[in-house]
Design a protein around this ligand. Sequence first.
Ligand code: AMP
Ligand code: MG
Length: 341
Amino acid sequence: MLNTVIVSAFSPTDDGVRVAADAIKRGELAVIPTETVYGLAANALDSSAVDKIFVAKGRPQDNPLIVHIADRDDLCNIAREIPPVATALADRFWPGPLTIILKKSSVVPQNVTAGLDTVAVRMPENEIARAVIRAAGCPVAAPSANVSGRPSITCAKHCKEELGGRVNVILESFDCKFGVESTVISLVGPRPCILRPGAVSPAELEAILGSVDISPAVLRSLEKNEVAASPGMKYKHYSPNAEITIVDASRENFISFINADPNRFALCFDEDIPDIPPEKAVSFGSQNDPLSMAHNLFEALRTLDQRGARTVFARKPSLDGIGLAVYNRLLRAAAFREISL
Ligand code: AMP
Ligand code: MG
């Protein structure tokens, strides 16, 4: 058990930033806020610090980490080739929730990229995250700050519950703006390919790139012996203790289905709440507002566990904009179970 120091920062000049950065400089672990989800950060150029991330999360060694930078100039240290499309994407979306996969440079340790010849890089929009990285003086490897397999974390309270004793510092801050992890796009194949949907939508990427592929594994499970384009695709993800099933149905059909059996819990929209007994319903956002769903999904999954829910049925979100990212996470939380009513 580590003695976890809890500090806070609500502006980039607050003291907590320095405490988290000093820990990273010493080769220790610090949980930091970002605009996507909270991240578990270590010096990306120090392989023994990076090893500690895998241990603290219980993360499989073959699942590579995203390297976070505070300044555009740092990209050329991390990647050995920066094609014009990468520059165009960085110009448009950085700082922001877009991770770009490029060929790695030799300074990036093998454990960061899980032995791959490519590296995932992002410049976060959250100015407290950037202040920590800048003060640490190194790029920072930072996967989501949750125990592997569990839902990602979007508020400081859940970071303390889940990672207290496993990390050196937790930097408390505001809840995460988006609430789902970054969009991941690979630029190392023949065509740009989205490996994971996030707040930057396929349409926004197409506006810059002309056309972009979406990996089939975004919306289905990997087939037997299929090689994952992104190693993270093959693992169980975002799993609460409850068994989740997505339901594609009208509001009326969904509500009658939930109310037909007292053991059925609902992961529903705000608009459904009045028609379901309150102890069985947890909302993850408003029906026509996918951003609110992104913002609330992971917390709603944890709330269901706290309520002791065993069998949960979730409303299917619209797939527009960030809705694709919400559905991608929900599918994995549900182990791809979906029914239509
Ligand atoms: P997390 O840090 O937990 O948000 O997960 C990072 C995601 O990025 C995982 O799904 C990884 O598999 C993926 N990723 C990181 N580096 C690479 C890479 N070099 N190639 C493909 N996917 C990557
Ligand atoms: Mg994760």
